[in-house]
Structures are given as C-alpha cells and as structure tokens.
Write a protein that binds this ligand. Sequence first.
Ligand SMILES: Cc1cc2nc3c(=O)[nH]c(=O)nc-3n(C[C@H](O)[C@H](O)[C@H](O)COP(=O)(O)O)c2cc1C
Length: 191
Amino acid sequence: MDAKIFHKVSYGLYVIGSTKDGAFNGQIANTFFQISADPATVAIGINKKNLTNEFIKSSNVFCVSILPKSVPLNFIGHFGFKSGRDINKYQSVPYKKGVTGAPVILENTIGYLEAEVIGSQDVETHTVFIGKVVEAEVFSQEEPMTYAYYHQVKKGLAPPAVPKDIKYDKKVDTKQEIKSNLVICQEQFSN
Ligand SMILES: Cc1cc2nc3c(=O)[nH]c(=O)nc-3n(C[C@H](O)[C@H](O)[C@H](O)COP(=O)(O)O)c2cc1C
C-alpha cells in the first residue's frame, strides 16, 4: 500500500469544541466533512484519548469552527498540541456559548456550525461522530485554511493523535523522533 496517497486527500482545519458538566474543551481537527445537505449532517473523527472525545460523548454536542488561512501557528498549537487535561484552553480565547451549549470561538475563525450527535462509530483509535447541524453562522469571507497550506506554507506539524498516515511531513519511525518533533512544535508554539 502506498501511504503517500493520503497526502493527495484535501482537508480544511477546524477547532472542534464541546462541553461537559458546564466545562468547555476543544481541539484542532482536519477530519471534518459534510455528509448531507437536507437535513444538514456532518461527521468528525476524534481520537479516543483526547479530552474532546470524552466531552462529546458526555454532552452529545459539538461545535466546528472553520479556521482562516491567516490563523497564527500558536493558535493551532494552543488547541492542537495541548490537552484540556493540562490547561483550560478557553480561559485565554474569546468565545460564546452556542445554542447547543458547546463553546464557539470568536477569534481566528470565519464561521462555525453546531451539531447534535445522531450516531457514532468506533474506528479503533478514533470515534467518528455524526452530527445533525442545528445552528450555523458565517463571520467573514476570508479564505479557509487547508491542511495542505498548513503543511506547505505554515510548515506546521501534527502530533501523534492525528489519524495515521496523514500526520507528518517527515517520516517518523521511532518514539524518539516523535518526541523531538513535539519539542520542535512546543518551541514553535510557545512564541
Ligand atoms: C494540524 C492538526 C490536525 C489534527 N487533526 C486531528 C483530527 O482530525 N482528529 C483528532 O482526533 N486529533 C487531531 N489533531 C490532534 C488534536 O488536536 C490534539 O491531540 C489535541 O491536543 C487534543 O486535545 P484535547 O485532549 O484537549 O482534546 C490534530 C492536530 C493538528 C495540529
């Protein structure tokens, strides 16, 4: 199997937010897509180890915020390289509570949609959540970020939690290399 085929698949980049017992958490994901228009349904792929997965399973709601091309790397680092188990990600980011109760970020986003989970599928390391869209808003006409642009122009990396085979620009074979990649990312994102 030529795993490079996965580099030919197009994605955007999103912050997926959810809620549990009045708390908020969110993460970066590229695995988001629309399934049907009427009724509007969407799907996301979320690693089972992520706190966001736990929050979505608990509340059965999620918000997908679409990131613009101009999004700073440290914003992606905040949501994509840190876990809500260690920090409160929404403490330093402007947001509003959406109609579902999920947090809607108000900066570095060109719009969002909120969904109620109507089904889910266990896919080994990840859960695919299928959601019925109940609210959506466009904030600006800025161009959306793509996963390819993030890698090629922003020189971004991805942590081990993203789906296998589409996660790195460089081949990463050993735990040590993963570790040093994360150190590079942490340095990049702490600026
Ligand atoms: C560019 C990029 C794409 C990512 N895509 C996904 C994804 O599609 N699904 C996923 O579960 N994690 C993805 N991640 C990883 C999560 O954002 C990351 O593991 C996050 O720290 C989880 O946070 P949490 O534990 O607070 O939920 C991605 C990260 C980056 C930087």
